[in-house]
Design a protein around this ligand. Structure first.
Ligand code: 1OR
Length: 289
């Protein structure tokens, strides 16, 4: 059950809280590092925070399929990272705390290795929003207790989600996504600023990222064409073509004013923008604006 420990993340260090320390073998450590390396929630930790989290994580083998790791409506105790195996997410239609006669509800998502789940109840002090069940005959999870989660991981995750939520809601491309899907994108974004005149993307380069324009204006220009072939404002996106089809950059993108972009790396693009891939493919490129 949930106790009343002080959970103000900004007070970390000012009281007697000592993070849990679970001894790990070299072999466990190396598996764990691989599991967290592709998880966006860990990308912004400093070395000390990263070490604290690694020490606090506990290995949790899941020995069979159909094991309920989280039950919708329960209080939140742990946050989980998937090392291997898949986990299905079910949401009961009424959102009721008691699972109804029709069982688990609708399957809304599946979490793969490198992914994570169970953060919502810990972030918002809310009941579990979904039921999470193992899919494979054998899986491995790593569990992080709620206090360490709130003290170390939540600060940065929470701030990023909140910072980007309003902006992502305004992006037409992402309008069809569920709020939770936009939150996952927020976790994966990095903000980068460019001075007026700077080149954000260079024609012919391989593609490693996708961009949303947060502030300022930018133009797409092509070698041998003297007018910009496209212009971008807040809420527009670029850099998707090279990632969709593994092609070199089809144009350069140049900042017209000072520009702020939200950058999503290739992995995040592939993992999080699947649902809007068709919209990007249908976009018109031939007509000048
Ligand atoms: P939790 O602590 O509430 C259940 O425990 C976890 O399932 C939850 O945190 C998330 O980590 C995870 N809506 C709510 N929770 C989801 C969803 C989800 N997907 C995964 N979880 N979706 C919205 C459905 C309307 C699915 C979006 C694809």
């Amino acid at each position: 059950s949930v106790s009343a420990e002080s959970l103000n993340p900004t007070s970390a260090g000012s009281d007697s809280w000592t993070p849990p320390f679970h001894v790990k073998s070299e072999e466990q450590l190396s598996r764990l590092k691989t599991a967290v390396s592709s998880n966006f929630l860990f990308a912004h930790l400093d070395d000390e925070q990263f070490k604290t989290v690694l020490d606090a994580l506990v290995e949790k083998p899941i020995p069979a399929k159909d094991i309920k790791v989280i039950t919708q409506g329960d209080a939140g105790d742990f946050f989980y990272i998937v090392e291997d195996g898949h986990f299905d997410i079910y949401i009961h239609p009424s959102g009721a705390a008691q699972p109804g006669p029709d069982g688990l509800g609708n399957k809304v998502s599946t979490i793969a290795p490198g992914g994570s789940f169970g953060e919502l109840a810990l972030m918002y002090n809310a009941p579990r929003a979904a039921t999470v069940i193992s899919v494979d005959p054998k899986s491995t999870l790593w569990a992080l207790d709620r206090v360490t989660f709130r003290r170390i991981l939540m600060d940065s995750a929470f701030q990023r989600r909140r910072m980007y939520e309003a902006f992502l809601e305004e992006v037409p491309l992402l309008a069809s996504l569920k709020p939770y899907e936009r939150s996952k994108i927020a976790d994966a974004l990095d903000t980068i600023k460019f001075a007026a005149g700077a080149t954000i993307i260079t024609e012919g380069d391989p593609g490693d990222a996708f961009y949303l324009l947060e502030a300022g204006e930018a133009d797409a220009v092509k070698e041998g064409v003297d007018r910009p072939v496209k212009s971008y404002r807040r809420g527009d996106y670029f850099g998707e073509l090279a990632l969709l089809d593994d092609k070199p950059r089809a144009a350069s993108i140049v900042a017209k004013t000072e520009v702020k972009v939200a950058r999503l790396g290739r992995d995040g693009f592939k993992r999080l923008l699947g649902p809007v891939e068709e919209i990007m493919r249908r976009a018109e490129y031939e007509k000048p604006e």
